[in-house]
Design a protein around this ligand. Structure first.
Ligand code: DC
Length: 220
């Protein structure tokens, strides 16, 4: 059983997917982390993402894999744990930019399909239900208003002791939405057979309950 959860930045995909995986006994895979890993390598090595030759070399050489550390998914880039580094705020837009390059998408397509061969898996991203696993058993498109998504992000930043203006978060989210939905290859969009869930006015628990009910019905 493959569960695909797609949607824009800050819609709660990560929190929801993690909780869902724990509740249902599934493996959870954060595909955005892979694009972030790619962006981190490009940044560290000073690779211009529009330089086809260097990007190709990077695609051929990069090593990206997850390790499960006591239920916590950690990303390894070229053998080193980069779980923390890929969450730096500037990595979001860099990941979005590099994810528009078809070469990068192609390289990660194989990685994601390989990861999806696990028996019970939840993958969250932008194109899981449309491109990576169009045959997924259960597809969700998780959304929320831009303001609500920014408010949730803001809460996370405050919790982490970081100060950032909510107006700036709204602008960043709008820009990333635009970037991810307007790219030519595998843009962010809802699959025809995905269930649309707008979580703006729902609590975390309400969304989880909604998803669990739908999945259990599908499982029969
Ligand atoms: O989910 P995230 O914010 O960590 O993702 C970072 C970027 O990676 C996102 O802005 C677009 C890209 N991405 C993608 O193109 N396809 C995916 N399946 C997952 C992420």
């Amino acid at each position: 059983m493959i569960i695909a959860i797609d949607g824009p930045a800050g819609a709660g995909k990560t929190t929801i997917s993690k909780a869902l995986a724990a509740r249902l006994g599934y493996t959870y895979i954060d595909t955005g982390a892979l694009y972030r890993g790619f962006a981190l390598k490009a940044q560290r090595e000073g690779v211009d993402i529009n330089d086809d030759a260097r990007l190709k070399k990077m695609c051929d050489e990069i090593s990206l894999y997850f390790k499960n550390d006591d239920g916590e998914l950690r990303l390894y880039l070229d053998g080193a744990d980069v779980t923390k580094e890929i969450r730096e705020p500037q990595m979001s837009m860099m990941a979005s930019d590099i994810s528009a390059r078809p070469m990068v998408r192609e390289a990660l397509l194989h990685v994601q399909r390989e990861l999806g061969r696990e028996r019970k898996v939840i993958l969250e991203g932008r194109d899981i239900g449309t491109v990576v696993f169009p045959e997924a058993d259960c597809k969700f498109y998780l959304d929320a208003s831009v303001e609500e998504r920014a408010r949730r992000r803001h809460k996370d930043f405050v919790k982490a002791g970081k100060e950032v203006a909510i107006e700036k978060l709204i602008e960043d989210i709008k820009q990333r939405d635009h970037n991810d939905s307007s790219r030519k290859h595998a843009p962010l969009m809802q699959a025809d057979d995905a269930i649309h869930i707008d979580s703006t006015n729902f609590s975390f628990d309400e969304v989880i309950d909604q998803l669990v009910t739908i999945i259990k019905n599908k499982q029969g």
